[in-house]
Design a binder for this molecule. Sequence first.
Ligand code: FES
Ligand code: FES
Length: 173
Amino acid sequence: MAANPQRAEIALEVNGREHRLTIDTRTSLLDLLREQLGLTGAKKGCDHGQCGACTILLDGRRANACLALAVAHDGARVTTIEGLADGERLHPVQEAFVEHDGFQCGYCTPGQICSAVGMLDEARAGWPSAVTEDLGGDPPALDDREIGERMSGNICRCGAYPGIVAAIAQASR
Ligand code: FES
Ligand code: FES
């Protein structure tokens, strides 16, 4: 490892706020958010792109923050779980998770919610999933199978899946 790691200055808009940061070029977006900006909502589960606990919205699309090198996203717009609510008013997906008990320990929950917000936008835009049968028609109906497939990158170790699926189904209506 180099004695003097390369540093770079980047700009990021995070939850509506502009930041100019000097970073070690090896820093992941997840570490930058958690350790430099104190936004600990996005969780570090596996740090290998396998659990989804670190999911954020990157320029409006869901992404695993542990796999994103911060320096590669200079100028990006980031939304974390801390930025979804409108003041005291929860985002509809957050409300639905509360209503349907979509969490147990809650560790995966920020990633599940950010992923669901991104996924609902994808479905509204008509993007198919691996289980969508009609590829030419209207936006696919989000039944449990579609939701399960589209959320398959987000693992919940304590098995809150029934509540998670019910919450996302409600938020999709
Ligand atoms: S911590 Fe990023 S996918 Fe697991
Ligand atoms: S609520 Fe515990 S890992 Fe999902």
